[in-house]
Design a protein around this ligand. Structure first.
Ligand SMILES: *Cc1c(COP(=O)(O)O)cnc(C)c1O
Length: 424
């Protein structure tokens, strides 16, 4: 029996048997006991599955990874200590010095910097492409050493809806997987695997946690990409790993090969594992994800419509709003809703935006999005504050852009707070 998403949110992952705790326990233990040296040895050879050290695997972390895996409809998943670590591991697991990959230019700023600056220093080259690029122009960006394509299902903060089918067609024609950061819609609103995406990542810090309690990330593999059919491009998946007694990941672990490699090599060596306590908190958040997402979307649509009709407001972007540039793509890939984040500008530019934000009462100014509590950020004054108006426009951030993360309070109260701040 395959459960629906709401049931998975509540019941997925931890499945206790007779006499075990009903609630997912926090296995606050770095290590796990064995009776014989032989038993432990087999674990190190990846001959048996089992726990030995929390940097590699921990039962609390695994239960939560398994819930997220079920929600995405994947074959295998792992948690990381942050969304940044998830995106780095997802790409680094199949790219090394001398390789190249393609990424949508409209991605989270931290991802843009990780790929364009830090990974470049490691000898991994990236080409950023306009997400609205034509298939013909996209074709021209592939090189013989291109190893994957990366995008965000709804980009933070530009709110571009990623055309999964256009990018997956191009990636697969070149024998490489498509990786998508699905943080904003979450699997409640969008399951990228249904549209040809091979690997999904998350910053669980956002809606999945939903309460701003724990930074975290996840990687989910669909198990659909055929590594062995493109063995020349992915020797790490298809040739023996000397650091694990000659194991061939794509052969020995089948659909779990990619995640096993990311755990056994990348996590073993880099160690960005979440604390079991944080995974417990994430799990509590996940138990209500299917209730919160529709409410975020309902409230965001009400706020977007209200802003659109306000004469102090210059413009509004929300892919769930009819007439938005990405409305049609959103209807195609996430017909039940997009996310709770919208952006808008108010007449009077940077100065007016600052004054407006200072006048908000319960809508808080914080460096966070996708939280139960409504919050707001002005990139020109915060994340991008060193830039002039001209530089901001060049970077695709209008000086008046306000990122508004609509929470799950009552919509009329959120709108009342906006109204009094706009009128003040
Ligand atoms: C926040 C965010 C990240 C980074 O995640 P952290 O958990 O902050 O490391 C990556 N992608 C998107 C879309 C995000 O919003």
């Amino acid at each position: 029996m395959e459960n629906n998403k709401g049931t998975i949110c509540v019941q997925g992952g931890w499945k206790p048997t007779k006499g075990e705790p009903r609630v997912l326990p926090i296995y606050q233990s770095t290590t796990f006991k064995y009776d014989t040296s032989e038993q432990m040895g087999r674990l190190f050879d990846l001959e048996d599955s089992g726990y030995f050290y929390t940097r590699l695997q921990n039962p609390t972390n695994d239960a939560v990874a398994s819930k997220i895996c079920e929600l995405e409809g994947g074959a295998a998943a792992m948690l990381t200590s942050s969304g940044q670590a998830a995106n780095f591991y997802a790409v680094f697991n199949i790219c090394e010095a001398g390789d190249h990959f393609i990424c949508s230019s409209n991605v989270y700023g931290g991802t843009f910097n990780l790929f364009g600056v830090t990974m470049k220093k490691m000898g991994i080259d990236v080409t950023f492409v306009d997400p609205d690029i034509s298939p013909e122009d996209l074709e021209k960006e592939f090189r013989p050493n291109t190893k994957c394509v990366f995008g965000e299902s709804i980009s933070n903060p530009s709110l571009v809806v990623f055309d999964f089918e256009k990018f997956s067609k191009a990636a697969h024609a070149h024998g490489v997987p498509l990786i998508v950061d699905n943080t904003f819609p979450t699997p409640i609103n969008c399951r990228p695997f249904e549209y040809g995406v091979d690997i999904v990542t998350h910053s669980t810090t956002k809606y999945m946690d939903g309460h701003a309690m724990a930074v975290g990330g996840a990687i989910v593999d669909s198990g659909n990409f055929d590594w062995k059919a493109h063995a020349d491009k992915f020797p790490g998946m298809t040739e023996p790993d000397d650091s694990y007694h000659g194991i061939v990941y794509a052969e020995k672990f089948g659909k779990a090969g990619y995640i096993t490699k990311a755990t056994a090599q990348v996590m073993r060596d880099l160690g960005s594992i979440p604390a079991p306590m944080n995974s417990f908190l994430l799990n509590v958040g996940l138990e209500t994800l299917h209730l919160r997402m529709p409410k975020h979307c309902e409230n965001a649509l009400k706020v977007a419509k209200w802003l659109k009709n306000n004469d102090k407001v210059a413009w509004v972007n929300y892919p769930g709003l009819e007439g938005d540039k990405y409305y049609d793509l959103a209807q195609k890939y996430m017909p039940n809703g997009t996310c709770g984040v919208l952006t808008f500008g108010i007449k009077g530019g940077r100065e007016a935006s600052i004054k407006f934000m200072d006048n908000l009462k319960f809508v808080a100014i914080v460096t966070h999005v996708a939280d139960a509590r409504s919050c707001v950020l002005h990139p020109a004054s915060h994340t991008h504050r060193q830039m002039t108006d001209e530089q901001l426009i060049e970077a695709g951030v209008q000086p008046d852009l306000i990122r508004f993360s609509v929470g799950i309070e009552d919509a009329e109260d959120i709108i009342a707070d906006l109204e009094q701040a706009l009128n003040a």
